[in-house]
Structure formats: C-alpha cells, structure tokens
Design a protein. Structure first.
Length: 102
DNA sequence: CGAATGACAATCT
DNA sequence: TAGATTGCCATTC
C-alpha cells in the first residue's frame, strides 16, 4: 500500500475521535510517538481519502482554531459541523479547548 | 538518494 | 497583542 503505517495510524486515531470532542494535530502526533510530527498529521489529512469518512473536522489547531479554508468547502461549514456535534465556540471564533480540548 | 513539501507549533520581532 | 520566522519530520517528487 502506498500509505505507510504512520498515515494509517493517524486515520485510525481520527476515526476514533468521539463526537463532541476535538483533537489537536499535536495530540495525535503525540499518540503516534512523535510529538513533533504535528505537520505530518496534517499532511496525512490532506491525503486522507474520503472513503475513510474521517471526522477530520474534529481535528483543530492547538489554539482551538479550525483548519484553513478550502478544506471542508469553507471553514464556516466546519464550524457549523462542530456546533452540531456539541462543540462550543468562544466569541473569538475559537473552540473551547478548556472544555473539549484534551 | 537528495531536495522539496505541508490541514502544525513554538519562538521571535 | 498581532504578525512574521524557524524548527520538525514523514511523505512525495
């Protein structure tokens, strides 16, 4: 398979993210044993096939910000998805990591 | 095999 | 405080 175990592992973790909670790229990277591979997690997401049905919208920045626009058809769309999942947003447009952040 | 890339994160200005 | 820069590391060319 073209995808290495690293990507597979990322997909597995993202797939296991419970509804109503959000993970950060750094957290996922830490689970993989590479706390500095946050970029790799993001890279895996960019290459993540939709057949996987990955809730990548639950993966956000360490600051609680959403991924750059153009990913889910607009970050506004992603924000609405998270709100439906039960994620609470702050007035500054960031996710309440103190509540959902691990 | 070597260089470039990137959905991050921390640090510096 | 906000914006710009550097470091990191697996994948891709």
């Amino acid at each position: 398979m073209s995808k290495s175990n690293f990507f597979e592992k990322v997909y597995e973790i993202v797939e296991q993210i419970p509804s109503g909670e959000v993970y950060t790229y750094g957290q996922i990277a830490m689970m993989l044993g590479n706390p500095r591979a946050a970029r790799i997690v993001g890279y895996a997401m960019s290459s993540a096939p939709r057949e996987r049905n990955l809730p990548c919208h639950r993966v956000v920045y360490q600051d609680g910000r959403l991924a750059p626009g153009g990913i889910f058809g607009g970050k506004e769309n992603q924000r609405r998805l998270l709100e439906e999942e039960g994620i609470t947003f702050l007035n500054n447009g960031r996710i309440d990591m103190d509540e959902h952040g691990w």
